[in-house]
Every structure is written in C-alpha cells, then in structure tokens.
Design a binder for this molecule. Structure first.
Ligand code: TYD
Length: 138
C-alpha cells in the first residue's frame, strides 16, 4: 500500500550554485500528466482542503517553505517542506491541507491526471465515508 513519503532528488553541489533535477521515469512513482504551481500565497492562507479520488501528486517547495497535512481517515501525517531537492509523494485518497507558507514560497506540484473537478472530494465527511466504503469493498 502506498503511503506518503519524501523522495530525495539528486543535488549537484557547485560553488556557482547548486542544481537538482528529477526524471519522471526514475524518480516519480507515477506518469506525470500535469504540473501546476502555487505562489503569492498571502500570510495565514490555507490551500487544499480536499482529497482526490484518483490523482496522485508530488509536491516540491521550490522556494521557501510550507507545511502539508495529510489524512487518510486512519492516520495523519505532517510534513514541513523547506528544501527544493525534496518531493513529497501524496497517494490518492488523502485529505490534504497546505499552510504556513513563508513569504515568496513557491510550491511545484506534479500530478498523475489531467485537471478534473469530478476527481475532487471537497467535503471531509464525504471523504471519510468513502474511505470506509472503499475498505469494505476490499
Ligand atoms: P484547487 O485545486 O481547488 O486549489 P487548492 O487545492 O490549491 O486550494 O484549484 C483552485 C482553482 O484552480 C480552481 O478553480 C480550479 C483551478 N485549477 C485548474 O484549472 N487546473 C488545475 O490543474 C488546478 C490544480 C486548479
């Protein structure tokens, strides 16, 4: 079963400035179909507040820092992302919230599906109900 975890990207340390990279086929546990990024987040704002039925994601703090809270109905996870060479893998069916964005933070997100409003669960109680039915159906 997949659980949220940090993926470490290569880091080429150089006195001229460091370089990191990712290769979909070597570093990401899904095929990348879409990328989006979140920026100019005003202090105190929260992003997310939903789960995806099918979409899996990888979240990178390219600049600055923020927290990602994850919940699969049984376990809660909290990750503080503050390095551009870490990626947080988020499986499908995790309720997520992103908060505590630092000034000028930049979140890059790689996603396994196209944008699809029908893939979102925006009601926490509905999300919990679905985790129970999914479990029941084996
Ligand atoms: P949403 O996923 O709700 O943002 P967050 O979870 O970060 O708070 O998306 C916000 C808006 O952006 C919503 O109107 C849908 C739109 N959107 C797209 O059009 N394409 C995308 O790939 C994403 C992620 C969002």
């Amino acid at each position: 079963m997949s659980i949220p975890h940090i993926i470490n990207f290569p880091k080429i340390v150089d006195s001229r400035g460091n370089l990191s990279f990712l290769e979909g086929i070597n570093h990401i546990p899904f095929q990348i179909i879409r990328t989006y990024w979140i920026y100019d987040v005003p202090g105190g704002e929260t992003r997310g507040g939903h789960a995806y039925k099918e979409n899996e994601e990888l979240i990178i703090a390219l600049s600055g820092s923020f927290d990602v809270e994850l919940d699969n109905g049984n376990n809660k996870y909290m990750f503080h992302l503050n390095r551009s060479y870490y990626g947080l893998y988020v499986p499908k069916m995790y309720w997520r919230e992103m908060n505590n964005f630092s000034t000028n933070s930049l979140a890059l997100i790689l996603a396994s599906t196209e944008y699809n409003t029908n893939d979102y669960i925006r009601d926490y109680n509905q999300f919990i109900a679905k985790t129970k039915t999914d479990k029941g159906s084996g």
